[in-house]
Ligand binder design. Structure first.
Ligand SMILES: Cc1cc2nc3c(=O)[nH]c(=O)nc-3n(C[C@H](O)[C@H](O)[C@H](O)COP(=O)(O)OP(=O)(O)OC[C@H]3O[C@@H](n4cnc5c(N)ncnc54)[C@H](O)[C@@H]3O)c2cc1C
Length: 389
C-alpha cells in the first residue's frame, strides 16, 4: 500500500480506500471517453476539467470519422481509425441511453475529391481499400452524385464507411455516461500539480484540495506537454490551430462529406454545413481571424459554387494536439509509475476516442496490452524526448 491507497493487484482492482483508483486530467473527448471506459471496468474515477467539458479542441472539431480521407488511404491511421469508428458505432446506443444525448451519427460516407495531380494515387488507394467499401469514381460518376461540383476534379475516392457526428455532443455523452457509471466529473477544477511518492505519481493537487489516486491519466490535449515538463517528462506535443466555420447547408443537402486538400464540407442533420479547416502554427492563440475565414469561404465556394448564396452562421477555432508522427501518445509513462498519458490525437481525436479509451482502460485495469497500443507507445520518441528524473 502506498500513499494511503491500496495498489491495484495484477489484473483488476480490489476494494477502495481513501481517494480514488484513477484521476483523469482533462475533460475533452479523450478524457471523457477514458473516464467512461475506466468506470465501465469497475475503477473509481475522478475527472477534473479546468473549464467546461468539451470547451477546447473537442468542441471545436468538425466531427468527421474519416480515417481514409484523412490519410489518403495509407499508414496506421486507416486501420486504427476504422477499428475506432466501429467501436464508436457499437458504443453509441449505450452512451445515448445512459446520457440522453444523441451525437447524431450520420453514415454519409466521404468523397475525397482528386485534383488532377492526385488521380493515380487515389485510384490506387481506392483499389487497395476495396475491402473497406472504397471505390474510385470517374469524373462522370462523381458529377452524377453531386452535379453542383465545380468541373476541375479528376474523380474521387468514395469511402462509403466513413461518417460524422456532433463532437461536442459525443464528448458530453461520454462525460454524463461516465457519471452514470459512477465517475465523479468535476468541471472548473484545474490540476495544479501532482502528489509525489518518490518516483511514483500518487494523485493530483487542485485549488479545491488534493485528490490521491492509484493512477493519473493525462488527457490535457495541447496542454499535456507543459504538465509533462513539470514532471520531468517531455511529451512532444505542439498546438496546431484549426479555424472552421458553419454555413446554412444548400438545398438539397450534400450526398456525402466532400474532402479536398484545401477544405472539407461536412453536412449535419440539423441542416447546417461545417467548413474546415486551416492548419496553422500560431502557438496557443485560438482566435478566428478574418483572413482565414475569407480563405475558407473562397475555397468552399470554389468546390461547390452555390455555397456563395448560403447564409454564414459563425466561425471559431481550436488547437489540435500534434506529435511528430501525427499519432497520439497512449499508455503508461516510462519511469513515472502511476502516470499514464492519452494525448496528441492531432486531426483525429474524435475518431480515435473509442479505441484510445478502450485500449488504455484494458491495460490500466486488467493489465492487458492491446496490440493497437504498440504504434501509440508514449516512449517511441524517447531518443528525442528527455527523460529527466
Ligand atoms: C478545427 C478542428 C477540426 C477538427 N476536426 C476533427 C474531425 O473532424 N475529426 C476528428 O476526429 N478530430 C478532429 N479534430 C481534432 C480533435 O478535435 C482533437 O484531436 C481532439 O479534440 C483532442 O481531444 P483532447 O481531449 O485530447 O483535447 P481537448 O479537447 O483540447 O481537451 C483537453 C482538455 O484538458 C483540459 N485541461 C488542460 N489543462 C488542464 C489542467 N491542468 N487541469 C484540468 N484540465 C486541464 C482543457 O481545458 C481541455 O478541455 C479537429 C480539431 C480542430 C481544431
Amino acid at each position: 500500500m502506498r500513499g494511503g491507497l491500496r495498489r491495484r493487484p495484477p489484473g483488476r482492482y480490489l476494494g477502495r480506500m481513501a481517494g480514488c483508483d484513477v484521476v483523469v486530467v482533462g475533460g475533452g473527448v479523450i478524457g471523457c471517453a477514458v473516464a467512461f471506459e475506466l468506470a465501465c471496468e469497475g475503477a473509481s474515477v475522478v475527472l477534473v476539467e479546468r473549464d467546461e467539458i468539451g470547451a477546447h479542441a473537442s468542441g471545436a472539431a468538425a466531427g468527421m470519422l474519416a480515417p481514409i480521407a484523412e490519410s489518403s488511404g495509407s499508414g496506421p491511421l486507416v486501420d486504427l481509425g476504422l477499428r475506432s469508428l466501429d467501436r464508436i458505432a457499437r458504443r453509441l446506443p449505450e452512451l445515448e441511453e445512459l446520457s440522453g444525448i444523441d451525437p447524431k451519427l450520420l453514415r454519409c460516407g466521404v468523397l475525397r475529391l482528386a485534383p488532377p495531380g492526385e488521380v493515380e494515387d487515389l485510384r490506387a488507394a481506392a483499389a487497395a481499400l476495396a475491402g473497406h467499401a472504397c471505390e474510385w469514381l470517374d469524373p462522370d460518376e462523381l458529377h452524377k452524385r453531386e452535379p453542383r461540383l465545380a468541373e476541375e476534379w479528376g474523380g474521387a475516392l468514395w469511402a462509403a464507411r466513413e461518417a460524422c457526428l456532433d463532437p461536442l455532443s459525443l464528448t458530453r455523452a461520454y462525460a454524463v455516461s461516465a457519471e452514470r457509471r459512477g465517475a465523479d466529473v468535476r468541471p472548473s477544477t484545474a490540476a495544479r500539480g501532482v502528489i509525489r511518492d518518490g518516483a511514483r505519481v500518487a494523485g493530483i493537487r487542485t485549488d479545491a484540495g488534493d485528490i490521491p489516486a492509484g493512477d493519473v491519466v493525462l488527457c490535457a490535449g495541447v496542454w499535456s506537454g507543459a504538465i509533462g515538463a513539470a514532471l520531468g517528462r517531455d511529451f512532444p506535443i505542439e498546438p496546431v490551430k484549426g479555424q472552421i466555420l458553419e454555413l446554412e447547408a444548400p438545398e438539397p443537402t450534400l450526398p456525402a462529406i466532400l474532402w479536398t486538400p484545401d477544405v472539407y464540407l461536412v453536412p449535419r442533420p440539423d441542416g447546417s454545413l461545417r467548413v474546415g479547416a486551416t492548419v496553422e502554427r500560431a502557438g496557443f492563440d485560438a482566435r478566428p481571424t478574418a483572413g482565414a475565414v475569407a480563405a475558407l469561404l473562397e475555397a468552399a465556394c470554389g468546390v461547390l459554387p452555390p455555397l456563395s448564396e448560403c447564409r454564414f452562421e459563425r466561425a471559431w477555432a481550436g488547437l489540435r494536439p500534434a506529435t511528430p508522427d501525427r499519432l497520439p501518445l497512449v499508455g503508461r509513462v516510462a519511469g513515472r509509475p502511476g502516470l499514464w498519458i492519452a494525448a496528441g490525437h492531432y486531426r483525429n481525436g474524435i475518431l480515435l476516442s473509442a479505441l484510445t479509451a478502450e485500449c488504455l482502460a484494458a491495460e490500466l485495469v486488467r493489465g492487458e496490452a492491446p496490440p493497437e497500443l504498440k504504434a501509440l507507445d508514449p516512449s517511441r520518441f524517447s531518443s528525442a524526448a528527455a527523460t529527466r528524473t
